[in-house]
Design a binder for this molecule. Structure first.
Ligand code: GMT
Length: 379
């Protein structure tokens, strides 16, 4: 198959999922064309089957807001026509689903029918999509997609709850490439982070408000009172400086390290003992799955799709949003006993294995085939 993938090229979860999926499809012999405004963060082009088409947004003094969606739609028309793609798979509805719809209509004038699959990732539905500014367009473009997938059952249900959707939404959970994440911890790195054998807690995110990163610092402040430990904060975003200030105010800054954006997240996770995800909303929690793939148990909230990933009392614990004390108590419970920690680590890995790339990728492949066949029938 020749597949066009549209995504955000940043470190966000939807871009990571799109990139890893594209790479895996290319490995399986499909030709994959990424169409976006920057080369995706995890995309290397050392494959004969991977292509990257940049969307250039030309500016003009009249434009206070350069029209990215139009530039994307035009680029999609161009790529679909000249690369003869079979299907377009767009990740994150805003604005990719509506740009793809526009491209599809234009392509019809050239006698080309291209099916569009939209994958919903989370904030495109739960936060941004519900904003009145975007809602009519999001509803329309989901309904006009030939196929729609959501990364968790909870996100599918939320989409039906908050939007007027007449399409079937197929749940295809996110996945993990266990080969990449089963690294042996690097002793010198572990020593540098935790010189006296302290436990290592990790949080990774884009430090947006929805991640409740201040709760991470507050949970750790409770844990470090009883358990000699260190906290690694990975990523960057609006809330980072608040967290830095909070860790100083709480007098724990010598135990907290802010590492900023990191490519080799698996190396950091390989030295970790516990992952903290106290998010307000999380459609799936890919960062938690990455941690579990590195044998790291997870303390999370019980929001969104997290209960579909993190199993309470088995791979970690789930608590209500804002229950800092409860999360800290469960973190201490896991960390205070070597044997218990080892069991939680094994459980986390076993759970991650059920989301192995090789299990999930064929589901996407057969969904593409189904949607392409359906679109041919309807043409
Ligand atoms: O978490 C973010 O804010 C980034 C966002 C994205 O689209 O890049 O992540 C969403 O998609 C990820 C991949 O499917 C999910 O694992 C995250 O749970 C989801 N984030 C939220 O729902 C807040």
């Amino acid at each position: 198959m020749k597949i066009g993938i549209v995504c955000y090229p940043t470190f966000g979860g939807s871009g990571v999922v799109a990139t890893e999926l594209g790479k895996a499809l290319a490995d399986r012999g499909h030709q994959v064309h990424f169409v976006t405004y920057n080369q995706p963060a995890r995309l290397d082009l050392f494959s004969e089957n991977l292509f990257y088409h940049e969307v250039a947004v030309s500016n003009y003094p009249l434009f206070d807001f350069p029209p990215y969606e139009l530039a994307l739609a035009s680029r999609l028309v161009d790529v679909v026509r000249f690369e003869q793609l079979d299907v377009l798979h767009v990740h994150y509805a805003i604005p990719h689903a509506s740009a793809a719809f526009m491209a599809k209509q234009i392509l019809l004038t050239y006698g080309i029918t291209i099916p569009v699959i939209t994958t919903l990732h989370g904030t495109d539905i739960t936060l941004v999509g519900q904003d009145r500014t975007y809602k009519p367009v999001v509803t329309f473009s989901i309904n006009k997609s030939d196929g729609v997938t959501a990364v968790s059952a909870h996100l599918r249900d939320d989409t039906y709850k908050y939007f007027d959707i007449e399409k079937d939404i197929k749940v295809i959970p996110n996945f993990i490439d266990l080969n990449r994440f089963s690294l042996k911890p690097k002793d010198h790195f572990k020593k540098a982070i935790a010189p006296n054998g302290e436990r290592v807690l990790v949080h990774t995110s884009n430090f947006r408000k929805v991640k409740r990163t201040e709760d991470v610092v507050k949970i750790f402040a409770e844990v470090v009172k009883t358990i000699p430990s260190k906290l690694l904060m990975v990523g960057d975003g609006g809330e980072r400086s608040l967290c830095e200030q909070l860790s100083r105010d709480l007098g724990i800054n010598e135990h907290v390290r802010f590492l900023g954006k990191q490519d080799a997240i698996e190396e950091i996770l390989s030295v970790a003992d516990l992952f903290l995800m106290p998010s307000k909303s999380e459609s799936f929690g890919l960062a938690a799955l990455e941690a579990m793939a590195c044998k790291v148990p997870v303390i999370s909230t019980n929001t969104g799709g997290l209960p579909e990933l993190n199993v309470d009392g088995v791979t970690g614990f789930l608590k209500d949003i804002g229950d800092v004390q409860g999360m800290a108590e469960k973190a201490i419970y896991i960390l205070e006993d070597d044997a218990r920690l080892a069991q939680f680590k094994e459980n986390a890995l076993a759970r991650a294995k059920t989301f192995e790339l090789s299990n999930i990728m064929p589901i996407y492949e057969s969904y593409y085939e189904e949607i392409i066949a359906l679109s041919k029938q309807q043409a």
